[in-house]
Design a protein around this ligand. Sequence first.
Ligand code: ADP
Length: 904
Amino acid sequence: MINFNSLRNLHFLFKKKRDKPCLDSEVKYREIVEHLLVGVYIIQNDSFRYGNKKFCEIFGYSYEDIVEKISPASLAFGSDKNIVKENIRKLISKESKSMEYEFRGVKKDGSIVWIKALGNLISYKGKPAISGTLIDFTDRKLVEEALYIGEERFRVTLEATEIGNWDWDVKNDIWYASPIYYTMLGYEPVAEPSDRRVWLARIHPEDREYVRAKIKDILAYKEDRYIYEARILHADGSYRWYQVIGHIIEKDNQGRIKRMVGIRKDITDFKQAEEELKISKSRLRALIDTLPDLVWVKDPHGVYLQCNHRFEQLYGAAEKEIVGKTDYDFVGKELADFFRQKDSEAVVAGKPSINEEEVTFSDGHKEILETIKTPIYESDGRFVGVLGIGRDITQRKKAQQELIRNEALISAAVDNLPIVFYLIDKDGIFNLSIGAGLKGLGLLPNQVVGQSVFDLYKDFPKTIEAINKAFSGESAIFELEVNEVHYLSIVNPMSMSDNRAGIVGVGLDITDRKKAEFELLKAKEKAEESDQLKSAFLANMSHEIRTPMNGILGFAGLLKEPELSGEQQKKYIRIIEESGERMLNIINDIINISKIESGIIDIHLSETNINNQLQFVYDSLKLDAYHKKLKLSFKCELDEYESIIITDGEKFYGILSNLVKNAIKYTDMGTIEFGYAVKGEKMEFYVKDTGIGIPKEKVEVIFERFIQADIADKMARQGAGLGLAISKAYVEMLGGKIWVDSEESKGSTFFFTLPCNIDIDKKVKITAAVHPDTEEKNVIPENLGLKVLIAEDDKASEMLISIEMEKFSREILKVNTGKHAVETCLNNPDIDLVLMDIQIPGMNGYDATREIREFNKEVIIIAQTAFALEGDKEKAIDAGCNNYISKPINPNILLSLIQSYFAK
Ligand code: ADP
């Protein structure tokens, strides 16, 4: 290695000697110089004046080729010519005192040599000249270059990785940095060492002290290396983050730092990322902390790693107190075990698991939490812990409970309403069916849930049609009849909050309404029918009443003829009697049917001898049969003493006589037989004829009022169509049934049953029935010589009764008001009998009787009632009458009454 210092000394020596030249010594020196291993030269006027052997050798020229021939710059390569020229100029012009520089020389053969040149200003031959030495350090340069190539590679690597490097000669405080060290911050690179203080000044004021301290520490031998991160000013005025690493690489014998090298790396992006991470972390943290949910993370052993503010409230401890601990440090073992168990379940499931927990906070309040526990795994699949999020669902729970309660209330309400409430989903499946109305359908609540409406009601096209209509978005109404239960149902399309769609329906049990409607319809039909019947009835009645009236009035008129024979008179009178009776029958029927319809008819039970009743019917109708040449007979199955039942004798008589009368009426020839048979607890009566019979379709309806079978010759048969209706009503009142077997043109058998005995308690009082007594009792008593008062406002009636009473009376008093009756009684205390008309003007018969009874309890008072109404009889007895007689007065009955009170 060439020692530049020794070169310099030699040159100095050479220069000194030249200051005082002498020939001898000059020769000597020349000899020495000639053999020196460095090139020596003298330049004057831009031309070589001298060059020693080595000089010529360095450039490959001969002495002659160089001296006085070429300029110094011509020996330099390329741009280095300027370096040579500049150095010479500076020295000649005395801008510099000496020169020392390197340049690339060009040898004669064109190859490059690295030259180090030194020179000083001298005076040569009286003129300024430059004398100096040259040294060829090409070999060293090559080594250096090889080294440089290594360094270059290092540099290129550093540049490629954007890393600047520096080298600090600490001892001499020479600081050198690589070009990229500059450029990476936008500064112009410099080859020369620069002042590191400049760079220190470029450090961000906030970081500067910290960096200084780092450097100070290393200089104080505290560290062998340092690393710091700091912001450094960019040429554009911004600050960038850099990481600087410095290493001590050389120390002197005393251990003092001689040299340090280091790198500087731009970490702005990293810092920014770090900063962003920090920001996003803190944002996340802030978010987690402001969350109303409890958030926590536990490691696989249940040790808390992190938690948020809300969670801190649970345990009443700060996060730093919770982290590192487990649930067992805060709650009882049982609850901690439960938490641990739920954590494990989430881990086993390998996915988030949800559960509800009721927890007590540190301040004592309780909350129901819905917790989601999620196992956390690293990217390599390693299980690292459990993340828990707990949400307060107390309010939601309460609302749910409230909802459940409300639902229960609603369903309890619906369950007690006679309705069916149902929901059908979009596929036609029942989701709900509740309501008390289900009972009628024979269904339990929700029994049809899960079943398809289209399957269940496939046989009910109206239902399916309505359901389809509701599915198409319209309301629909339909009626459904199941097990005789009628439902009116309304269905509506429905959309639910959770986007489900379907149908809501309500069915109302309208069976009662339907029945009422039906009844109404029936009633309407009946009303219409009865309207027709009424017309028919009126026409019939008109005929039925006019005919006998015609007979009565007509023959009564004929009776006035003076020359009538006794025979004729009798005949006319008989016609008048028959007509009167016929009319009376009709009137009785009308009164009876109206009593039945107004429900004012009572039953009077008594021991009734059936055989006697049959006999009586026979006796009273045998003549009628005889007149029509019919054979009338009756049969009694029981002996007379056995044939006693408890029933209403009058009504029994009415029923039986009506049937026998009809049999006679509707039979033109043949026989009529009636009788009875005992059938268990019942007696079955029959009336059989060989008459015209009844069409099949009429056998039911003839029992209804005003209905008459289509008989060919209606007018010939008399009747108002009331007899069977009255009979039916009586039979049913007495606990029996009535029906008919009949064949047209062959004859009919009417049957009716009666219970052998009726529970007397259940029926009304038994009153002694006043029967029209048998004929043998109808004996005119001896003149009784009674004093009689007749209270009657109707002249005809008064006359009739007066005539009847004449035979029993010694005196007859007559009054036509109630008031007079009372007065007469008061004035005549010897009156034996009062025949009191109930409907007399002023004070009526009842009141008059009551007043008479005030002062006379003995007198026999018999009420005369116009229509023989049941109530009238009772009222008369209550008012104080001894008995009653119905108008028109039957002389036989009157006689038997007088006998019963006055016979001696
Ligand atoms: P009427 O006054 O018309 O006889 P009823 O109520 O007694 O009224 O009878 C109703 C109808 O029943 C009669 O009009 C007649 O058509 C029919 N009927 C009743 N009894 C007989 C019978 N024995 N034979 C044939 N038809 C009868």
